[in-house]
Design a protein around this ligand. Structure first.
Ligand SMILES: NC(=O)C1=CN([C@@H]2O[C@H](COP(=O)(O)OP(=O)(O)OC[C@H]3O[C@@H](n4cnc5c(N)ncnc54)[C@H](OP(=O)(O)O)[C@@H]3O)[C@@H](O)[C@H]2O)C=CC1
Ligand SMILES: CC(=O)C(C)=O
Length: 322
């Protein structure tokens, strides 16, 4: 009789809400409709149990279709999969928060999501497009206070549409401000994190507040829309290649493993089936303490997703040190 190898079980972390969150998941930004369904289905079939979504990625309906298919064919049960989504910047006014959450639930075809994040502390002009620009192509802002947004989001937990709440791209001061008034715990801060931006200080701060850090763009986001020829690319870093060769692993696998060993949740994106498989093959090796320290030393404060063209927004998070 043929026996099937069971999918690997990824470690989880307990959030301040009491729910468990898998430390490894699939990113879906830039995963185009037409490709994202297959990517999510492949990932779930291989054993991924955590999908990172957002309204702004404009593909939640396809992600939902994939989820429904994999639940219907018995691959997973709803409760086995951890789904994150994010409130977009054009829905920060308190009266827009619950309708935005309900739209995400409808698109994903779910009656609850596991984790809902405020995507950015900065609000954008409301009532129209997701990326509202003026005649000169500049993003149009709102000055809605993210603290009011947070208070409205707590209703999502009270009504059981969301299990845990968190933030994304928030700095220390912004988190402190939310925590001072939050009635529901701030469980997660999802931020860019990789060897060029190790986030050591922010990680220490989050640990002191029982906030889990999710590392986004862990591979350096080579498909980011604003990449230019000649830009430094993380996966081309020769010192990372040397380390990867030592373990007989790819640079991507080393980058993902690096985050796991630091205790961060990590969500690499891929729509390529072979890479989706490769990226999960990270439980069968361990980076030595010396190699982790060497990777830590590559930090140069480099951001691939700094949105520096928003730096004049009142709530832009990266002007502060942390
Ligand atoms: N909260 C926030 O503001 C943000 C959240 N995120 C989240 O984090 C996720 C991951 O970050 P993201 O910026 O997408 O970038 P990643 O660092 O995950 O890089 C994704 C890119 O790497 C390629 N890739 C994936 N695996 C491999 C591999 N094994 N070898 C070589 N290339 C590989 C992908 O190609 P291909 O798909 O063609 O295989 C894609 O081009 C996002 O998708 C999103 O869910 C990201 C940015 C901001
Ligand atoms: C990818 C993403 O979440 C951004 C740019 O906000």
């Amino acid at each position: 009789m043929r026996t099937m190898t069971p999918p690997p079980k990824f470690p989880t972390v307990k959030l301040a809400s009491g729910y468990e969150m898998p430390l490894f998941g699939l990113g879906t930004w830039k995963s185009e409709p037409g490709k994202v369904k297959e990517a999510v289905e492949t990932a779930l079939s291989l054993g991924y149990r955590h999908i990172d979504c957002a309204r702004a990625y404009q593909n939640e309906a396809e992600v939902g279709e994939a989820l429904r298919n994999k639940i219907a064919d018995g691959t997973v049960k709803r409760e086995d999969v951890f789904i994150t989504s994010k409130l977009w910047n054009t829905f920060h006014s308190p009266e827009l928060v619950m309708p935005a959450l309900k739209k995400t639930l409808e698109d994903l075809g779910l009656d609850y999501i596991d984790l809902y994040l405020i995507h950015w502390p900065m609000g954008y002009k409301e009532g129209g497009e997701l990326f509202p620009k003026d005649a000169d192509g500049k993003m149009q802002f709102s000055d809605v206070d993210y603290l009011d947004t947070w208070k409205a989001l707590e209703e999502g937990v009270n009504t059981k549409l969301v299990r845990s709440l968190g933030v994304s791209n928030f700095n220390e001061e912004q988190i402190e401000r939310v925590m001072a008034e939050a009635k529901v715990p701030v469980c997660v801060n999802q931020v860019e994190c990789h060897p060029y931006l190790t986030q050591k200080k922010l990680m220490e701060f989050c640990a002191s507040k029982n906030i889990v850090v999710t590392a986004y763009s862990p591979l350096g986001s080579p498909d980011r829309p604003w990449a230019k020829p000649g830009d430094v690319e993380l996966m081309d870093e020769p010192k990372l290649k040397t380390i990867a060769e030592k373990y007989n692993k790819s640079v991507a696998q080393v980058l993902i493993r690096y985050q796991l060993q630091r205790g961060n949740v990590v969500i690499p994106k891929s729509v390529t089936p072979s890479r989706i498989k490769e990226n999960m093959e990270i439980l069968d090796f361990e980076l030595s303490a010396d190699d982790v320290a060497a990777i830590d030393s590559f930090d140069n404060g480099g951001r691939f997703c700094g949105l520096s063209w928003m730096s004049h927004h009142k709530y832009y998070p990266f002007n502060a040190k942390a």
